[in-house]
Design a protein around this ligand. Sequence first.
Ligand SMILES: Cc1ncc(COP(=O)(O)O)c(C=O)c1O
Length: 380
Amino acid sequence: MKVPFVDLGAQYQAIALEINSAIQGVLEKRDFILGSDVELFEKEFANFIGTSHAVGVGSGLAALELALRAWEIGPGDEVITAANTYIATTLAIMAVGARPVLVDMDPATFNINPAAIEAAITPKTRALIPVHLCGQPADMDPILEIAAGRNLLVLEDAAQAHGSMYRGRRAGSLGHAGAFSFYPGKNLGAYGDGGLIVTNDDTLAEKLRQLRNYGQRVKYVHTTIGTNSRLDTIQAAILRVKLRHLDRWNAQRGERAAQYNALLAGAGCEVPQIAANRTHIFHLYMVLAENRAEVQKILAERGISTGIHYPIPIHLQEASASLGYRQGDFPETERAAERILSLPMYAELTESQCAYVAENLREAIRITSDSRTQGAALAR
Ligand SMILES: Cc1ncc(COP(=O)(O)O)c(C=O)c1O
């Protein structure tokens, strides 16, 4: 059996007629830049998340960067975020000239540890970016409380969390703004790059609409230094179709995650846990396994593709050298980076594929731990 890591083909097959006609609609209207589907998608997505505004932009990275830029966060400012995020989060902070200040993760949820945020705050801190990693919302109540007490802005990085909930509210609607990515492999993925910011703040939404479009609201009247980062109309038309299926797809992912958890009980790896008052949309289903490289190799030999999110923590990346962090600064993040293994996860993953992955992972862990025990015995 072959089990890909994601299967965008299976998803397309299931909705091909709807997608093709949505694309055809744009070709007929030819409103390629900020066309009607962009406006409609923004309304529908804001409605889905529960915010008054949504502003479509060119990518998830742009969504984060433009929100920070709209808040005039820049040189001399600090922004606190999770050490174990995708590098886009810190690149956005660095792109506006501010300094990312990293905080270690809570090993139970892979999300930023709220208890460690307070110690990272300085007089320069302007904002917090909690990342809803893998699709499980960060623990927002303590984060929002810290932010309110210190007058800090909260930008949710919801790039992996389209539709997940914290105390009955959608991720992205809890802070001052939320940033989404529509990279093709995301739970709500376009057929190219795309991103979006949600907010209830009218002024912020208006600024973002100008920033994404050359700093203009009226054509050729440029009131601020903007850029070109607009959600593409064809992508918006595709996303409108996919949004209608999202809750069902997320529920299907949840079913497969529950199956993995049940089948992997006692297999010798740590499986994801869903914290109280949260839903998890399983953008990624990550386990922690010893001997990861060997386990991954055995799975690959058996036709199972896996991923590592992410193998080198941000603070140990060459691109972050200017931040001055060192090995040992974020022990939970570092420990996880050596063991994380993301298993195949998508709405169309079948029960039997899931069972095949779990069975082979269990066996791979047994084989690799046996060979390690034997190796240790021989070395003695
Ligand atoms: C947590 C996180 N933040 C930001 C991004 C950036 O999104 P994009 O690739 O659309 O720029 C991604 C995805 O790539 C992500 O996973």
